[in-house]
Design a protein. Sequence first.
Length: 297
Amino acid sequence: MTHLRKMMLEELERRNYSQATTRRYLRFVERFAQHFGKSPDKLSPDPIRTYQAYLLKVRKLDPGSVENHVAALRFFFLHTLHRHEFRQFLPYPKTRRKLPKILSQEEVTRLIDASSSLFERTLLMVLYGTGMRRSEVARLKLADIDSQRMVIHVVNGKGGKDRDLPLSATLLETLRAHWRWLKPQVYLFPSRMHRDREQPITDKIVWRACTEAANRAGLRKRVTPHLVRHSWATHLLEDGTDLRTIQLLLGHEDLEVTARYLHLSQQRLQQVANPIEELKLVSVDQCSRAFHRPRRP
């Protein structure tokens, strides 16, 4: 491990960054250094500017991905090297905030029923039945499931925060069948690659379960774990759950982030009283007769 990498790792650990963020930041800074073929502390501000343009124009990364690269470089130069003058050369790219697509309840049913195994079915049901992030599902432990209180504990979620989620009777029945079949000891979804010591599955396994089940179900939408999470939250809203409760269940810091589900709710859109209904317009039949009246010679 190089001296700079060790310094950056210590700063990340000192601030209690998650393991996933730590790995990502170190990887992005390493790629930055490899691009120029020299130690990044020897670079001037100009290469930083050209590198950001390279990510957008040459590699054609989306602004959200470039934003992650910029965050890693900002951390390295500002907190590891304490070169705060570099801040102005590391602007975050302007990103387009798209509304996520969602699955209907009929599509969710098709997705889960297309599972190839009880393992995959349980995983998909946990995703939709709790709205957890894929990393949270992958690390879910048996001890986090409280069948007495009908609660699932999310321990050390995004931002290092814990939260509780409701456990439905339907999901509990599937969880018990899954346990009787697999007999996991620590993690609900253990990795089969570590028989000597039980380890959780990776995020990629959760992702693959969604995409493969979606293909078998014939769904044309690009189904990801996050899409399932969006769908769960939107369906909660349509069933009458208030935004503040949904915010707590999803583990959102800002209510504004949760508020986007108002735009996704078909039920809410249909309940909007459109002012065009109040206009006293001539009927379309009368208009048609007037528009198509034959011209006088």
